[in-house]
Design a protein around this ligand. Structure first.
Ligand code: GDL
Length: 457
């Protein structure tokens, strides 16, 4: 195991989709500085020169923007880490690949970057089994590349650090770590100073407990550095995650080298996720619900809405904001009010209207509140904030209106009939082509898919 070092805590901009803008990153650094986070890993999958065209150096204009970013990050007291993801290139470790690495790393070193990462995630198609147990042929060139990069850094700074993302980077892909040829070879060959990234039991891990990382730490011969995809939404852009950082007990901090969060693609959606994550990373008595409430309160001043008269403005009430956070919560968990809303609907559908009690009122009140929050949001002065949430809340308020109409029809309608709404024309379904396929092959609650006819293929 490596000797104990500073616990790394911060953000990895490591998602697929539009990278954040310079001003969003500047805002991010201000948040991170204020909240005590120390590391920013630059790894936007869709910066061509980070991954697909990793060998290409940045143009003069791009280099000046990147240099400014590095300086802004460092001025905020945050370590800037530039990630190279060369693994899609079959010859990344050939002499030509190494020459390209020298040139590319040279450019970044000149721009002031002193910390690097070599990422080898998502470079081979996942087999149906999900297991990615690649062997020596894969590990060797990756380690050679990383060691060469470390050497280039050390030339400048003998204390330089390097991060490394393996090809199987979570429990599901690697299988039991002690049985993974790849991980065993990596643990043995990789310079102990290099930190290895790991997303936990899953790519999107609902929970990461100390026992979930003990075995991989032993095989890698170092504590893993968690790349946390809890709030990432690039794999399902109809979702947003605004819930508090959860599922990681405080004891995890002693068993990992650090945690870097890869959050929502929509920058503005990340205030509560990152604020609560920072609270988790920096305080021993973190409590998710309390941290979420404090984060919404801290963010509320940004939610100013126009009043009926020019110059008249007010803040969206905290309860309304918390309802937004509840409706767009966490990947594996609805917020408490959303869960109750869902349960109430299921209950109302199964229960004769004569037996409905206060649950109808609660159901209707939540639906109306959702519609009302959307109306309020459209009055936001901060239009960037509005448009971050617009599509998501639009879909939900449309659904809320449908449900309210449906429940009213149940209450007053004749049994055995069917309901139609003026907003829903025959043959139009939300979600387009992908949703049509999802209706043909739905996933069950345990994450399995069954042959549509019911018979085995
Ligand atoms: C991944 C990718 C990441 C992506 C995330 C969520 C890692 C190491 N790589 O597998 O770029 O944003 O899933 O979709 O997590």
């Amino acid at each position: 195991m490596t000797p104990s070092r500073q616990f790394l805590s911060g953000v990895v901009e490591g998602f697929y989709g539009r990278p954040w803008t310079a001003s969003q990153r500047t805002e991010l650094f201000a948040w991170m500085r204020a909240w005590g986070l120390n590391t920013y890993l630059y790894a936007p999958k869709d910066d061509l020169k980070h991954r697909h065209l990793w060998r290409a150096c940045y143009s003069e204009h791009e280099a000046s923007e990147l240099g400014a970013l590095i300086r802004a990050c460092r001025a905020a007291g945050i370590t800037f880490v530039y990630a190279l993801a060369p693994g899609l290139d079959p010859d990344f470790a050939s002499p030509a690949g190494i020459a390209a690495l020298e040139e590319k790393a040279g450019q970044l070193l000149r721009l002031g970057c002193t910390c690097f990462a070599a990422l080898f995630d998502d470079i081979v198609a996942s087999p149906a089994s999900g297991l990615l147990d690649t062997g020596a042929a894969v590990v060797g060139p990756q380690v050679a590349f990383a060691h060469h990069l470390l050497g280039l850094q050390r030339h400048r700074d003998p204390a330089a650090e390097l991060l490394f993302c393996p090809t199987p980077y979570c429990g599901r892909m690697a299988g039991p770590p002690t049985e993974s040829t790849y991980l065993r070879q990596l643990g043995a060959a990789l310079d102990p100073v290099i930190q290895v990234l790991w997303t936990g039991p899953e790519i999107i891990s609902e929970r990461i407990h100390p026992e979930d990382v003990a075995e991989v730490a032993a095989v890698l011969r170092r504590k893993p550095l968690i790349w946390d995809n809890l709030f990432a939404n690039d794999y399902d852009l109809r979702r947003l995650y605004l819930g508090p950082y959860s599922g990681r007990p405080a004891a995890l901090r002693d068993t990992v080298a650090g945690v870097l969060c890869n959050p929502n693609c929509e920058f503005a959606a990340n205030f509560v996720p990152l604020r609560t994550f920072a609270a988790w990373a920096t305080s021993p008595d973190y409590e998710a619900t309390i941290a979420a409430r404090a984060a919404w309160r801290e963010w509320q001043p940004r939610w100013q809405i126009a009043g009926s008269f020019p110059g008249d403005s007010s803040l969206i009430p905290l309860t309304a904001l918390e309802l937004v956070g509840d409706c767009f919560h966490l990947p594996h968990l609805q917020g408490p009010r959303s869960s109750a809303w869902l349960e109430d609907f299921a209950w109302l559908c199964q229960t004769a209207p004569a037996l409905w009690d206060g649950r109808l009122d609660r159901f209707v009140a939540t639906g109306r509140e959702v519609i009302d929050v959307f109306e309020k949001l459209t009055l936001l002065h901060d239009r960037e904030l509005l448009h971050t949430f617009y599509r998501h809340l639009w879909e939900l308020k449309e659904e809320a209106a449908l449900l309210l109409g449906y429940v009213e029809w149940l209450r007053t309608g004749k049994p055995g009939g069917s309901y139609s709404s003026a907003e829903h024309r025959a043959g139009t379904f939300c979600g387009g082509l992908a949703a049509e396929f999802q209706r043909l092959l739905p996933m069950d609650r345990s994450g399995r898919f069954h042959h549509p006819t019911g018979a085995s293929p």
